[in-house]
Design a binder for this molecule. Structure first.
Ligand SMILES: C[S@@+](CC[C@H](N)C(=O)[O-])C[C@H]1O[C@@H](n2cnc3c(N)ncnc32)[C@H](O)[C@@H]1O
Length: 310
């Protein structure tokens, strides 16, 4: 099966065997128990897993679990817990003073090494996790949504919300982080030979038209929108639209950038409004299911009619 684009147009196929990120996950989202007038407990069972959630971090790691008063942006309780290598579940319980009853808070779980990587603008080996905000009232539980924050190269923070469950579309995948590392290395000319076509396109004084297929939470397309003046259209199945809406709303696109989202199901006719003369088509982790590949190529062929230069 051939694609509609020439080998030169497919800038790079990434093989990122060395990128093995682990993710701190809430096995169930933080829950409040008001134990007395003086004390409030927040429990949050955790695990440190790969993106699929099927394997656990092998080595021991010291986790920093923090309760943050959202309005004051202040840590009101903190605990350090040892997560033993290959641990499948780690019970954690934070205690804070009863005077905080009714406050809006969130739980942030991180490691010291993760904090160091973020400051150095690198993608950390272990991604920290921020819960959704919740109120300190008895039995309150935070929503099954968490935010991942990375700062790839530019210094600008990229905040991506994902669901805590097993969804494919509403989940952050390693490939998207690998893509961010690749993009940064390409821009800094640390890849040899560099992706010339991409660099030439990005250096043009023109607002680039970018289409992303199978965007999921939107990590890759939003990173482009935050770094370059362009028009990025993020597309996926209906299933992804709510999380995408959340991520598009809280993105900080570059000043002249337009960031939009649309439903595009591979193999279906591409809507006229999406038939633009795109300069770049982004795909990250879209060939995980070989059954969809024929439909994906059909969509690429459709797009190639309006964007043969992409
Ligand atoms: C493994 S996820 C990758 C998501 C994102 N690109 C990333 O790297 O984090 C694959 C994405 O392809 C999307 N997808 C699968 N089949 C699709 C189809 N027929 N049409 C459009 N998107 C599809 C899924 O909904 C999902 O968001």
């Amino acid at each position: 099966m051939s694609t509609p684009f020439s080998p030169e147009q497919i800038t790079h196929i990434l093989i990122i065997a060395i990128v093995m990120v682990h993710y701190i996950r809430f096995l169930s989202t933080p829950q409040v128990a008001v134990t007395s007038r003086k004390s409030i407990a927040i429990s949050a069972p955790l695990a440190v897993t790969t993106d699929l959630g099927d394997t656990y971090l092998h080595q021991d790691v010291s986790l920093l679990v923090r309760l943050i008063d959202v309005k004051a942006a202040a840590v009101i309780a903190e605990q350090r817990v040892l997560c033993k290598g290959s641990s499948r579940a780690l019970k954690t319980s934070l205690e804070c003073n009863g005077k905080y009853l009714g406050r809006a808070v969130c739980v942030h779980v991180t490691t010291l090494e993760t904090q160091r990587s973020i400051q150095a603008r690198e993608i950390p080996q272990i991604l920290d996790v921020w819960s959704h905000d919740f109120t300190l009232t008895d039995k309150e539980r935070s929503e099954p949504l968490v935010v991942r924050k990375v700062s790839p190269g530019t210094g600008q923070v990229l905040c991506i919300w994902e669901e805590t469950g097993d969804s494919i579309a509403r989940h952050v995948w390693d490939a998207s982080l690998g893509f961010l590392i690749y993009l940064q290395q390409a821009l800094e000319e640390r890849i040899n030979p560099g992706p010339k076509m991409l660099k030439t396109l990005l250096s043009r004084n023109k607002r680039l038209q970018i289409l992303e297929l199978g965007t999921g939470c939107g990590t890759v397309g939003i990173a482009f929108a935050q770094q370059f003046n362009c028009h990025v259209t993020l597309t996926d199945l209906d299933d992804a639209m709510d999380i995408l809406e959340t991520n598009v709303k809280q993105a900080s696109p570059a000043t002249q950038t337009k960031l939009t989202k649309a439903t595009l199901d591979w193999g279906e006719d591409v809507e006229a409004s999406l038939q633009q003369s795109y300069d770049i088509i982004l795909l990250s982790d879209c060939i995980y299911n070989p059954d969809s590949s024929v439909a994906l190529v059909r969509t690429l062929l459709d797009i190639a009619t309006s964007a043969p230069q992409a």
